[in-house]
Design a protein around this ligand. Structure first.
Ligand SMILES: [Zn+2]
Length: 75
């Protein structure tokens, strides 16, 4: 007989109440992670040439390996 970490039924045959996911607590962190991810994708994938917001090539050089790893066109 297979055993699980959480019993599916109690001795009386009742199932435990499911644990709710607190969306109101998760939403600000999800938005923050999405914005941070978008900024990272921008700097890795598009911060070069005509779309560059920061002068010089240090951002391009800093994210160069990540650009190649993720398959963004580079050189
Ligand atoms: Zn390159």
């Amino acid at each position: 007989m297979a055993q699980t970490a959480v019993p599916s039924t109690s001795a009386a045959g009742e199932r435990p109440a499911p644990v709710g996911i607190p969306l109101r607590e998760i939403l600000p962190w999800a938005v923050f992670a999405a914005v941070l991810g978008a900024v990272l994708i921008y700097f890795v994938g598009a911060e070069q040439g005509a779309t560059s917001l920061i002068g010089g090539t240090w951002v391009h050089e800093f994210t160069h390996d990540g650009r190649h790893l993720l398959g963004f066109p580079c050189h």
